[in-house]
Each structure stands twice: as C-alpha cells, then as structure tokens.
Design a protein around this ligand. Sequence first.
Ligand code: SF4
Length: 399
Amino acid sequence: MPVYSHSQLSTYEECPLKFKLCYRDKIKRDREGIEAFLGSMVHEALRKCYDDARRSRLNTLDEILAGYDSLWLKNWHDDIIISRKEMAADHYRASGKKMLETYYQRHAPFNRDITLGTEMWVTFSLDEANKYRLRGIIDRLSLTPDGVHHINDYKTSAHLPGQEEVDNDRQLALYQIGVQKKWPDIKDVKLVWHYLAFDRELVSARHPAEKLARLAVDTIKLIDEIEATEEFSPRESLLCDWCEYPDLCPNRKHFFTLEALPANEYLKEPGVVLVNQYAKLREEARKIDEETALVKEALVEYARRAGVTAIRGSDRQVRVKFDEKLKFPGRKEPGRKELDETIMEAGKWQEVSQLDTTALARAIQEELWDIKLIEKVVKHGSLEETSAVYLSKLKDDEK
Ligand code: SF4
C-alpha cells in the first residue's frame, strides 16, 4: 500500500481523475496556479526567517522582502497560470510582500516560542499493523513557554475560514497524530493556522483523544475506498480552472485544444461547427415550439368561438377535439397519498400500477437494496450504451 499524504487524499476527494493522473500515473506537469506559487515563495521566506532566528540571526524586514523578491524572480516560469484575468503577476507578488510585512511586524524578533523545526517531514501509520501510512510536511513546529506544542500552518489564501471549518480540518489533525506518535511524551498540542492576508491566527485543539481516533478511522476508510477504486472519473468543480491536466481530461480536453488554435481556424474546428449548429437549431426549435403552442391555443379558441371542430387551411386542415379527461393528483400533489391508500385498501393496486424502471435502475446502481435481491433482479436487465447531449452557456472568461 502506498504512503498517502493529505494532499493526495484531498485531490482524490476533489477529483478522482486528477488523483489518478497525478499520483497513480505520475504525470508531472510544470503548470501551476499563481496562488500555489505565491504560497511557496512566502513559505520559503518565512522558513528562512525562523531558521535564521534559531541561529540567533534576526533578519531585517528589508532583508526578508529582498530575499522574497529574488526567490520570486529566480523561480518564476512561463507555466504559471493566472486564472483571474483582471489580475497580473505583480499583484500577487505585491500581496505576498504585504503578508510578510504584516507578519514580520507582529512576530519579530520571532522569539515568542521555540522553533523545533521548519518544513518538517512526518511519516506515521494510522494502524497498529503499519498498513495505512501517511506523510506530510509541517510548516513549523514550536513549543510555547507554557509547554504547549503548536503545529503552525501558513496560509496565503484569500479565503478566511470560520472556526468550525478549522475545527474539522483534517491536515493538521493528522500531523498531530504523527507528532504524538513520534514523541509520545507530547501531550498538549494546538493546531494554529496563520492566515497571512488577514493577519489572523485561527487555533484549534483536538480534545478529547477520541476525536483523533475517529479521524484515523475515517482516513483509513477513505484510503480503502481509493485502493478499491477502479474507475477514476473526472469531477468538475471551480477547481478545474487550476487543474494541471486539462489536456487529459474529457471535460476539458476540447477547450484546451482550441486555446492553441487561431480564431479563424478555431471556428472551422469540427467540434465547434457541430456545437454552433446544434445551438442554432435548438434555438430555432425553441422559438418554433413557442410559436406552435401560441397558434395551437389560438386554433382552439377559434374553434370554440366559431363552434367548429374542423378548420380548413390552404392545403391542410386542423381538427379540434373537445373532450373531458379524468385527472388525478400527481406523485407529489396533495391528495395523492389518500388516493393510493384507497386503491391499495381495495386490493386493486396491481391492476393500475406500473413498475418504475428508472427508480429500479437507480436502486440497483446505488446499491440501495440487499445485494442478493439486486443480483436476482439484475438478471432480467441488460446493459446498453446511452448518451445525452446538454447545451449550456460558456462562462464570460471562457468565451
Ligand atoms: S479539469 Fe477538473 S474534472 Fe478534469 S481532471 Fe482536472 S479537476 Fe478533474
């Protein structure tokens, strides 16, 4: 069984296909989002700051900022993606500087606690048999004067989570398990997130110990699910904009291919031609349907007023049939429950009910029934390939 990391687990939860491409197929990509790049540069600057402070060298703010600037320039590459079109690389670079400045002003001379390690690797297992192993990197482990160990995590994100969100965060809680396995004498631990853009510290403590035990059980379950997965399907979300694998994803591949084409060629691309044709026809069909419904209504009204049931045109005629139809409440409409009960009580249910094959297929696919019953029922069905075509508008930044 491979050694998992928190980021592998969350990548699987975000999108199983991305997980497979990245961690199973090990397809490496240079593409990275600027947010991740900014995060690495700020982390590196803070790491240097604390490492030097441990050796009694206090960097000035100017030194830290100059170091950050040179890291930025040295590591910058052309495959960094800026998804928000209104933003430029310099906006991100400046925001990193601002975060470091604010952090420095609040924490210099960095002696509020003792730094035990920066960018510390922890590898540990979740079970006695050593089967479910995890690894991770702690941004900074520190010991406060009152004997509490802090697992510090630096966040450069533009989203400030609420207390409930950090209380349920998996990453640092897993690191706590790792730290306490490595040093069993460590009893008092706090998880501390430094949200640098907001100059805020969020703190969470995982007491009682059962909470961590529960987390270990849930994480083992998730690892079992990943290990048992055979089909790693794509799962679209807002995070797709930052995905490194658009060229290998069935949901994004076509978009990615088109980005490389000049506008005149792009419009001739067979997929684009078909979608445009389909959209045009659907629009025309929608208009025709609307007009047909209006004309149909007018014909009925005409027939009613004129007292006729046949209306002649140039080479066609329309017949209008007036009739009365018995109507019963639909599945979710008021009165339906009582109607069903009346029929059931009379023992007539079989005569008027039909098997809902869609509900049946769902019950089987989602394994809602006992497996023996599913196996029995499934023998009466067969698999057939289906397809569906959905038309929707592109987002503004995709046009
Ligand atoms: S683009 Fe989205 S759906 Fe496709 S692999 Fe990436 S994250 Fe998954």
